[in-house]
Write a protein that binds this ligand. Sequence first.
Ligand code: BG6
Length: 519
Amino acid sequence: MSATEYFDDPTVCRLDTQRKMVEPCSIVIFGASGDLTARKLIPALYHLFKEKQLPPAFRIVGFARREKTDASFRAELRTALDQFSRTQPVDDAVWLEFATHIVYCLGDLTDPTAYQKLEERLTAFGNPSLRHNLLFYLAISPSQFGAAVEHLQQAGLLSRRPTNGWQRIVVEKPFGHDLASAHALNAELTRYADENQVFRIDHYLGKETVQNILMFRFSNSVFERLWNRESVDHVQVTVSEKHSVGGRGGYYEEAGAMRDMVQNHILQVLALVAMEPPVSLEAESIRDEKVKLLKSIRALTPVDVARQVVRGQYFAGVMDGQPQPGYRQEPKVRPDSNVETYVAMKLLIDNWRWSGVPFYLRTGKCLPLGASEVRIQFRPTPNVLFAAVCGSKLDPNALTLRLQPNEGISIRFNGKVPGTQVGVRPVRMHFSYDSEFGAYTPEAYERLLLEAVAGDATLFIRRDEVETAWHIVDSIRRGWEGKPLSNREFYAAGTWGPMAAEELLAQSGHVWRDPQPVK
Ligand code: BG6
């Protein structure tokens, strides 16, 4: 089913009828020879085109240093599309039409004349909108952001207050490696662009299931009234990954799980799960609430970090019956590396709604299953009637938001085991995206690119949001300084992480509930 067909259903309340009137524009991709362009950006734009969601007039301009022609660039992208498109096979007729919108502009990011050439190319399109409505996608190293925006401004392609059209900048993570560097990057970008022209990507926000967190919370009356310290015992956010660090050792040695996953994806999910209702659905209202929530997370001192945060690193193990080398044996990883491939933590949110409710977060590589989910565990029933007889065997109710895979929501509650004897056991109610909506699952980048073209910043990270998240991450990393990993913090590849993570929850009488494989 296509995106538009969904909305023919009379029961759908459509919220964005006004918003998606995207204007003709040029999308300029810096770093167009890179992996992101081939794997994510072009497949996303191809699908948007196929779904007729792009404006009637648009151009995609690849900007990079390698010698290429329009034709050779298109041919490369076609090969990549055959490999990475979510729909197969690629539709030849659609591709041929789509490809006429793609051009290549050879240029060095540090060379001001390259931007003049870019300007000439945009002007030569002959349509003023394609010259003045510009989305610059910086798929380049953050160390190059400053030069790119400065040269764009000097070439007359970027202005804080454009008199004609609009100009926006999309930047990828990692956005800095700590608060100070993120602050410096923000200062560099906002020297030449207004904050409302900067669109910082966190691809988790483009996921349907992550967007559904707000819909689920604020379009139902049943759940939101339970969404507080009166009813919730604790919350678990698990983003487990089966794959190893593999070929990304060089990057990962600088990042680690904390910077790679927690600073962005996991704190974003936490913010959406725990934030207060926004005053409206406007981008700023939603982002205000997310920032407020992040600011309510109780700061961790180094002593708290030792008690509440667990690092881990995988050593050699077996995954799916195959030997998996340890992290320290991965290419470009130091043989005595202390970089964490796993992190688990207990955070407390000091606000009226959540005071005293532990939020447990964990993520790691080389875990038994790739799955992201949020589990809201409700308080146990009073210790009378069934609870008095069953004790800890009476499972507390839980609601699980399965972000991926097997996207959906499940509620776990207790029911009578049928029969002449009396027995209670947990049963589940499931909602699955697949069975409800069929197989239409747009990639996160489709939604994010469309929003950036439409100028809606809701799904992008605001400057104060990114800086607040770094503040949290920095305080944890400070607690680790000068402390190598202890033996309790290693785990065999293919297991659910180090023992220390189990102990972290056990201190409060809790246990991790591991995601279950899809049956
Ligand atoms: C990226 C991280 O941002 O997110 C990767 O750099 C991680 O290390 C990936 O694997 C996870 O994304 P997804 O969409 O596969 O859950």
